[in-house]
Design a protein around this ligand. Structure first.
Ligand code: GLY
Ligand code: MN
Ligand code: MN
Length: 433
């Protein structure tokens, strides 16, 4: 089975399953489904995106796959099972290669692979042996819950068939496990950041007055895809001029003009892992004095706040401190007055007028990755650091975003350490041919 990305060592998935199983209650089974291939209209569909939980636990990157973990099952062959779509000549002609049972084992390290049509029959044998069923509901604090997923449909059916069992939640376990990365995962995320770097270096010599935002998006995509990425990890933001103040600007349809800044929030995915970069550059290759000043203030916040991403701190306390650092910079820029700060509403501090989003989020298989916000930071958690100052009255905003790994001691390790960020470096690269 050929994926675009280099195959991942199956030991990662074996380790991930072992960690999950260790946290399961006795007498339990846990079941994980793939995503649907989402329809558009007529017979069109969106490209398949594997559900990140089944990927995390198996490496299986194919639709209609189901993972079942039941460590206490009586029969050894029921303790860890994978169900995949049975392929045939018709599927081979129209869709190409799908996993054979042997390939599914090779990818996941799971010995017992069955065709999907055997799922119900085998569950009917195993579930009566146990008391608890772990179901996988998305509990991310920002999760979009409008669309019924394949997992949701599966859970409905399960709860109809097994009314006497106790249902438990997989999500808190996964939120905890997925927030702490294995070294193999950090290597993959480094690769995603390196691909993003290639894209950014490419556009530095491409951007000049008169280019269009979508042309810049195309340059990034070209570089990402030719480096084995499926493309962007999230919808890219290519925002020139006043668009740089629109936090989720994704139209990318404007001409970049002399004197404007260009805010680029663009990251490559690699092997389903995200990178999440923001850089802000001058369209004409030279920041104005005021743009420089604001840029340097954002850099100061980034550098100072990154020092707080250390073991033992936590997301809420960290954000309190970041607020103070940002407030200082906004005072220096003359955007806030000491009176405004003194009289601020603690529920909505003064700095939020110019910096209205979070400074960090977990990063991993999802761009806004799983992670329990009340847990203290521990080594190998990966976060973004992404301060911004947005000044609509001056017609521009600046954000800078890096991806860092919490270390056992001291400052975090920057996965984007090689991506140009200093004012002089950016200006030099933009002006060298
Ligand atoms: N690109 C999405 C974010 O920065 O959170
Ligand atoms: Mn971003
Ligand atoms: Mn981000």
């Amino acid at each position: 089975m050929k994926t675009r990305y280099t195959p991942i060592d199956k030991n990662l998935f074996i380790k991930n399953r072992r960690k999950f199983v260790q946290r399961m209650a006795p007498q339990s089974i846990a079941i994980f489904n793939s995503n649907d291939i989402y329809p558009i209209s007529a017979d069109s569909t969106l490209p398949f995106q594997q559900h990140r939980d089944i990927f995390y636990l198996s490496g299986i990157d194919q639709e209609e796959s189901v993972l079942v973990l039941c460590p206490c099952a009586y029969h050894e062959e029921h303790r860890e099972m994978l169900f995949v779509r049975e392929t045939n000549e018709h599927i081979a002609i129209w869709e190409g290669e799908k996993y054979t049972k042997e390939q599914a084992t090779e990818v996941s390290g799971i010995k017992n692979v069955y065709w999907l049509q055997d799922l119900e029959r085998i569950l009917d044998r195993v579930i009566p042996q146990i008391d608890n069923i772990y179901i996988n509901i998305n509990e991310h604090y920002r999760a979009e819950k409008v669309v019924e997923t394949r997992e949701d449909r599966f859970i409905k059916k399960l709860q109809k068939n097994y009314r006497g069992h106790t249902y438990l939640r997989s999500n808190p376990i996964l939120q905890h496990l997925r927030s702490i990365k294995e070294p193999e995962e950090i290597d993959i995320m480094q690769k995603a950041c390196d691909i993003t770097e290639k894209g950014f270096r490419k556009i530095l010599s491409f951007v000049k007055p008169g280019v269009w935002e979508y042309e810049i998006e195309a340059e990034f995509l070209y570089e990402f895809i030719r480096n084995r990425s499926k493309g962007c990890a999230y919808t890219p933001i290519i925002a020139s001029g006043k668009n740089s103040n629109v936090l989720h600007y994704i139209l990318n349809n404007k001409e970049c003009k002399d004197g404007e800044v260009l805010l680029l929030d663009v990251g490559a995915e690699y092997a389903n892992y995200s990178s999440d970069m923001t850089r802000t550059i001058p369209v004409n290759g030279k920041f104005s004095a005021r743009q420089r000043e604001v840029y340097q203030a954002v850099m100061n916040v980034k550098n100072e706040s990154a020092k707080l991403l250390v073991t033992g701190n936590n997301w809420y306390d960290y954000h309190e401190e970041v607020g103070k650092i940002m407030t200082e910079e906004l005072l220096k820029l003359g955007l806030l007055t000491t009176d405004e700060v003194k009289n601020e509403n603690p529920e909505f501090p003064a700095y939020k007028k110019y910096f209205m989003h979070g400074n960090s989020h977990y990063l991993g298989l999802d761009t806004h990755d799983y992670g329990i916000l009340t847990e203290p930071f521990v080594p190998n958690m990966v976060f973004t650091v992404e301060p911004g100052i947005y000044i609509p009255e001056e017609g521009f905003g600046i954000r800078i975003e890096d991806n860092v790994v919490i270390q056992p001691n001291g400052e975090p390790y920057n996965l984007m350490r090689n991506i140009p960020i200093e004012i002089e470096e950016i200006e030099d690269l933009m002006n060298s041919k």
